[in-house]
Structure formats: C-alpha cells, structure tokens
Design a protein around this ligand. Sequence first.
Ligand SMILES: [Fe+2]
Length: 316
Amino acid sequence: MPVSQFGYLGIGVSDVHKWEQFATEILGMEVTERANDGTVYLRMDEYHHRIALVPNGKDDMAYVGWQVPNRKEYEEIKAKLLQAGVEYVPGTPEEIKNRHVSDMVKFDVSGIPMEVYIGPHVLFERPFKPGRPITGFKTGSLGLGHVGLNPQDPKDFARVAQILQECLGFLPSDAGADGTERFFHCNGREHTAVVGNRPSKKRIGHFMVELDSIDDVGRAYDLADEKGIWINQRLGRHTNDHMISFYMETPSGFGIEYGWGGRLIDDKEWQVTKHDQFSMWGHRRPEKPKTKEEEAAVRKFLTSSSTPQTAQPTSR
Ligand SMILES: [Fe+2]
C-alpha cells in the first residue's frame, strides 16, 4: 500500500488561542512550537507535530498529509496522480520547512487540499508531554487517526474515492447501506479516510483521535461537559471500527471524535461490508439549544478567557 498513514492535519483557524486551549486542556495535546509564520504545532507522540494550526481565519481543513514510507512509493504515487489527471505541485522550500518533512507534493481533489510526503520530523529525544494527564494517543504506524473528507461538489464523491484508491493505494473498508459515506483504510486501522456525499460548507467533516485508555475518553467527556463544549454525539460504539467514542465541536465548528478501543484489521482476512447503522449503541445527538441563553451555556468554553500554554523552543 503506497500511503502508509494519515500523518498530519493542517487546520485553518480564526481563534488560535482558543484552539490551543482546547487542544491542550481538553484533548491532551502539547504545543510544540509557535513558528514565526504564525503556525502553531500540536504534538501527540514522537512526531514534531501531528496537527498544525494555520491562522488563516477559514475554520476548515488547510491540508491533509498522507505519509508514504519511502522515495520509491513516493515517485510511484506522483506518476499515478498524473495518469489520473491530477496535477500536483511540488512543495516550495518554505512549505517543506513548514510541514517538517523531507519532501512533499500538494494537489486538490474536489476542493480537498491533499499532500503526499516522505520523511516526517521525529523527536524521540524529547518525550511527548501531554497538556493534561492522559495515558497517550494511539498513533505509531496507524497514523494520527481518521478524517472525514467532504467533496466541494457531492457529485465528485466517486472521483475522490477513485483517487484515494487508484493513486494513493487506499483499500475499501465498508460503506453505509444507502451509499452515503464510504470508508477506506491504508493500514491496520479499520478506516483512515471517510468520503461523504452530502453537501457541506467545510471540506472536513470531522477527524478522530484514539486514546490508549477508555478513562482518557471518559475524563475528556466530563471536561467537555463541565467547561461548556458542545457534545454533538454522546458516547457510543461504532459498527465498523468498533470505536467507543463521543464527538465534540472544535473551536472551528467542525467535529472531533475522541475514542478508544478501535479494532485492527488484517487485509488477508478483511471482507468489505455495508451497514444500516453506524453505531451498535449510543452516539445519540443531544437536543440543540433553543434560546440564546441555552446556546451560551452549552458553548461557554468559546467565550471563556484563555491562557495559552507556553511552548518551549524547538531543538532545531
Ligand atoms: Fe469517525
């Protein structure tokens, strides 16, 4: 499989301080660095960063980074992109430095800004320091989690799925029985990419991070409740990846799924499936606030004062 993992995510944000507070105090990430160009890097493991906050005011995906294990696979993907009529642009020296990689190319599929790269910057010499006490994130060769991709034009649903499979080497995992949402994998994580076909203003639907302990998830659930973060879907377990998770609203308005217990799959045995329901139990959507007062209460985190975490200077 050419792409080996979902390596990084760039998020265009309007309120970078609120995002830092959300990422460190609720999610348990670490601010690695605040770069001179305004990018704020968030760490989840040995990688220099997994998430980059890009202060461009868009509150949508800035880019999704697909990691390739070596130069041979990298060159093969580039050739396949051209064959499929996808014109990629090589990363500029500034972009390559900004992404902390050895090399990268970028391209657009129905408005979804994608990047393929090799050589992530890792910092094993500097242990990950979570922003709140957590057991840790389940990443490694499984990547940072999974991501929901919304084509700009829902009619491009099949085209996005085609590029993922034919050029990037993703394999189908499963799909909704009504044809909405298709799930793809590139490693043992049951799905790494989800393609939706409903109209959406944002190119990202949600992204998922997996924790090493159910208690990390339970504590985040309590924190979100206490601090006034809108929980769009309460605790539940998915039918496809078996993840026990809940969804909350990020400061950019799209969702993050915070989970534990996802199953691992093996392509020697995997059978593509379809589902009537996406959850075995739970994932219920709470009733939306009806008044301005209720709205302010369930989203009070967004208006609370924040003290950004102090980032240490990077070692190089
Ligand atoms: Fe998800």
